[in-house]
Design a protein around this ligand. Structure first.
Ligand code: SF4
Length: 130
């Protein structure tokens, strides 16, 4: 049996994972928070919730077919599916290096950085001078 109700939130600001609940007798009070960050967390979750978006992009000519990426800021939850659809259309040329900005979402202006390398496939850049 799950102890959580639909109105409960688990704070993810630290590993303690406090179960937060708005006091039914006083909607302005939050129960279960182990510290002030929990109050900030439930405030942000109930007003402007967002998530850091992690995914992959296709890499053309790479030793690996994809590179991992993550958004540099949080993406509003209502926009997550749209971002996923747009990111699925992205294809970049190898090489991709950790930290490269590989995509800027055209609707939200949020940048996505590579979180891993995707070197060029052997032979792709051979014969070219730097
Ligand atoms: S309320 Fe504070 S102690 Fe509890 S999980 Fe959040 S940050 Fe950690």
């Amino acid at each position: 049996m799950c102890a959580e109700d639909a109105g409960d939130l688990v704070c993810i600001a630290c590993p303690r994972s406090c179960l937060l609940r708005v006091d039914p007798k006083d909607p302005s009070a939050v129960l279960g928070a182990g510290c002030e960050r929990g109050l900030e967390y439930i405030e942000s979750e109930t007003t402007s919730a967002g998530r850091v978006f992690t995914g992959i992009v296709r890499v053309e000519g790479g030793a690996r077919p994809v590179a991992p990426v993550r958004s540099t800021t949080t993406v509003p939850r209502a926009e997550l599916l749209g971002v996923a659809r747009r990111l699925a259309t992205v294809s970049v040329a190898a090489p991709v290096a950790f930290g490269d900005i590989v995509f800027t979402d055209p609707c939200l202006g949020i940048e996505f950085r590579a979180t891993g390398d995707a070197p060029a496939a052997a032979g792709v850049n051979e014969g070219r001078s730097a």
